[in-house]
Ligand binder design. Structure first.
Ligand SMILES: Nc1ncnc2c1ncn2[C@@H]1O[C@H](COP(=O)(O)OP(=O)(O)OP(=O)(O)O)[C@@H](O)[C@H]1O
Ligand SMILES: [Mg+2]
Length: 250
């Protein structure tokens, strides 16, 4: 599949359709679920994290003693997974909009790529980078943006497995109504998404992975929307997927 994005579809049109969707009962239910999640998860996460510290210490002691090492390793691995899940939940529920500064999107992309460099070469994934957006600044919380890019890149890796290509394209969009946007396309040549799942990938807890939390894309969507933008996906089974983020230009 081509990683080029059809340019006739404007960002504000997509934003409008998101707002219109919010009137649908199903989406209202989702908002309700999210609100509940926010209320409950912060307190639960706090307690779970405290418990994890105690259990981890105990497992470490067991590991040192060398009794049933295999079992202790399994427990340790699972603990790590729970810890990650809780951390993601906390972030997801955290109501703070973040600290907005003038952010160079290309710098944040490059930083995210550097952190994943090792994984990329291990998986023999080639990178195609086309930074066409000049200027590349948006008003954003850079750590939230980085989290969003990392989630998308990691999903891309997982979809590819090994041997494939990841593409990152940025561009400036000027709409006829004068609004300016920065678009970021993150594409992979991975397994793709079956049509019946396309509408669900951004849902909280939707996952097709054995060890997935299903929070990655939900967090991405939330972050992007909090920045006044939107995110969408195009995909073809066995060809690959492209996620497009649209952010208001600074
Ligand atoms: N690039 C992609 N290619 C194919 N499928 C994808 C891609 N990105 C996401 N998906 C699908 O969307 C689902 C939800 O993704 P999301 O990132 O929210 O959760 P996850 O990756 O399953 O779990 P986690 O992010 O916690 O590891 C995935 O399980 C997968 O089925
Ligand atoms: Mg993910």
């Amino acid at each position: 599949m081509s990683h080029e994005h059809p340019k006739n579809k404007t960002c504000s049109a997509a934003v409008k359709s998101t707002a219109a969707d919010a009137g649908l009962p199903e989406n209202l239910q989702r908002l309700d679920r999210l609100a509940n999640l926010g209320l409950v998860s912060a307190s639960v996460a706090h307690e779970v994290k405290n418990g994890l510290v105690a259990i981890s210490t105990f497992v470490d002691v067991l590991l040192e003693k060398g009794e049933d090492k295999e079992m202790a390793e399994v427990v340790r691995r699972e603990l790590k997974r729970i810890d990650l899940l809780v951390t993601q939940m906390l972030r997801f529920a955290s109501p703070k909009p973040g600290k907005l500064t003038s952010v160079h999107v290309h710098q944040v992309l490059d930083h995210s790529l550097r952190l994943l460099e090792h994984q990329m070469s291990e998986r023999m994934i080639a990178l195609k980078r086309e930074y066409r957006a000049i200027p590349d600044t948006v008003r954003a919380d850079d750590s939230q943006l980085q989290q969003t890019f990392m989630n998308l890149l990691l999903n891309g890796f997982e979809a590819i497995g090994s041997n494939g290509e990841l593409s990152i394209i940025t561009e400036n969009i000027l709409e006829t109504n004068g609004s300016r946007w920065l678009k970021i396309h993150i594409g992979d040549t991975g397994v793709g998404i079956v049509p019946e799942n396309l509408g669900r990938v951004f849902d909280t807890f939707f996952t097709t992975k054995k060890n997935g939390t299903g929070l990655g894309l939900a967090i991405c969507r939330r972050v992007v929307q909090e920045h006044g933008g939107n995110i969408e996906v195009q995909s073809e089974v066995r060809r690959g997927s492209t996620f497009t983020i649209c952010l208001p230009a600074e």
